[in-house]
Design a protein around this ligand. Structure first.
Ligand SMILES: CN(C)c1ccccc1CNc1ccc(C(N)=O)cn1
Length: 246
């Protein structure tokens, strides 16, 4: 998968892509991340990339032409068609299902806004979809782009080894993850649930699934409704709900 990022701080995203799973995915040729700075395409000796908003008000708006030129340069760098995504608080909330859909594409072009955002005419002409990583405001779209890059990188076949993909699996089924424990067994902070020391993997898997279900039910009931629970899991939850102190 190729990801091009249009940003006034391309080194920001390149930095994030040079660590951990994303860096390894790049080393394995599973992913390529490329930055494009609109300032490199800005005219005039001040190389303006923003200007004051029509209608007045505080802040600045990103100019169309430097962004458009950066987008065109990014498109021209590879023959594959790119899905153009604008990261913005006004976007559709990003979910794991959307991440899975995007991870299957061959090319993404991420537009990162700064200031008060981008001239709407550029958005209408160039953007395929607007996505938000959550209901909060950041000083730029770069962090949101980094989140999206990380999430799609993990889903590239060959990006994760078996242990890491286990961590991925929990949310894959729309549930929260179960608790995790490691050495030592005895600690001032407490002990480890016996079942995890039993070596009985059927029991351990059942315990983990129930813990994930219980946590999801307690912390994110909205996810329980969406998760495709088996009849036995739904029945178990009803029992837990009946006995839970809540
Ligand atoms: C400067 N702002 C407010 C802005 C305004 C319009 C577009 C982009 C930005 C960049 N900021 C962002 C971007 C994304 C998210 C998110 N929730 O995905 C939060 N903030």
């Amino acid at each position: 998968m190729r990801v091009d990022v249009v940003s006034l701080f391309p080194e920001f995203v390149a930095q994030m892509a040079s660590h951990g799973v994303v860096a390894r995915a790049q080393e394995r040729g599973l992913l390529g991340v490329h930055g494009w700075n609109p300032r490199d395409y800005a005219e005039g000796n001040y190389r303006r990339v923003d200007d004051r908003p029509f209608g007045g008000g505080p802040g600045m708006v990103m100019l169309i032409d430097p962004l458009r030129a950066a987008l065109e340069a990014a498109r021209a760098a590879d023959a594959a068609e790119a899905r153009v995504i604008y990261l913005t608080p006004q976007g559709t909330p990003l979910t794991q299902d959307k991440v899975k859909e995007l991870a299957g594409r061959s090319r993404l072009l991420l537009l990162c806004g700064r200031y008060e955002g981008v001239d709407e005419r550029l958005v209408e002409a160039e953007v395929d979809e607007e996505l938000s990583i959550g209901d909060y405001v950041l000083s730029g779209g770069e962090l949101a782009a980094a989140v999206l890059i990380d999430a799609v990188a993990r889903l590239q076949p060959g990006a994760l080894n078996d242990a890491e993909s286990a961590a991925q699996d929990s949310f894959e089924h729309g549930l929260l993850d179960c608790p995790h424990y490691t050495r030592p067994v005895e600690h001032a902070l407490g002990t480890v649930p016996d079942v995890l020391l039993s070596g009985n993997h059927a029991l351990i898997d059942a315990w983990r699934r129930r813990q994930a279900l219980l946590r999801t039910w307690l912390r994110r009931p909205d996810l329980v409704d969406k998760a495709a629970l088996g009849p036995e899991e739904r029945q178990w939850l009803e029992q837990a709900a009946a006995t839970s102190p809540e």
